[in-house]
Design a binder for this molecule. Structure first.
Ligand code: GAR
Length: 204
């Protein structure tokens, strides 16, 4: 009984791609990526889902009006697709407390910095790397953590450090953090958590 995984996305979806590739390569063997939910109908991530024949569904605030209505729709989809584990992979919406409390230690997120640095409300995407460069840190990295009601505040599952170069721009730093850290630790963490859930589902 594989752990059924939903990946939430908003943009390019390179982390989603890393997960799809890991599944295909057998590196994610305890879980199955069964659904992709996008907050943005134009996200390239949806094309990646389609190319891997994973259902991709947009649930946008524009269409549903309020965050509450968006989350109600998402909950219905998660039930319909019998999802056990949610992975936020570049999902640019903060989920409400009532949503995160519904899925304790069943939502994981990848953040492009070493938490507790450069994290919390307002720290997302390229912004994180701009702030890291502005602060002059010599080491940054990525973190995978469980999601709770505090933005970027849940238990840390994995981290990987990446050196900052004097020549870095936010864009070069973002790419290196993705390549050397995010795309590695996210699939590894997803496999680890999926294996635990699978055991639970099988009553072991
Ligand atoms: C990634 O760097 C991810 O860590 C970051 O957005 C990027 C999405 O890229 N997420 C956050 O900043 C969340 N706070 P992707 O769509 O190519 O995976």
């Amino acid at each position: 009984m594989l752990t059924r995984i939903a990946v939430f996305v908003s943009g390019g979806g390179t982390n989603l791609q890393a997960l799809l590739d890991a599944e295909r390569a057998g590196k994610i063997s305890s879980g199955k990526i069964s659904l992709v939910i996008s907050s943005n109908p134009d996200a390239y991530a949806l094309k990646r889902a389609e190319a891997s024949r994973v259902p991709g569904i947009t649930v946008s605030k524009k269409e549903y009006g309020t965050q509450q209505a968006v989350e109600e729709k998402i909950i219905k989809l998660l039930e319909e697709y019998k999802i056990d584990l949610i992975v936020l992979a570049g999902f640019m919406t903060i989920l409400s407390e009532s949503f995160t409390k519904r899925y304790p230690e069943r939502i994981i997120n990848v953040h492009p910095a070493l938490i507790p640095s450069f994290c919390g409300k307002g720290y997302y995407g390229l912004r994180v790397h701009e702030e890291a460069l502005a602060r002059g840190v010599k080491v940054t990295g990525a973190t995978v953590h469980f999601v709770n009601e505090i933005p970027d505040g849940g238990r840390i599952i994995a981290q990987k450090a990446v050196k900052v170069l004097d020549s870095d721009t936010p864009e070069t730093l973002q790419k290196r953090v993705m390549r050397l850290a995010e795309w590695k630790i996210l699939p590894e963490a997803v496999e680890r958590v999926s294996a635990e859930i699978k055991k639970e589902k099988e009553g072991l």
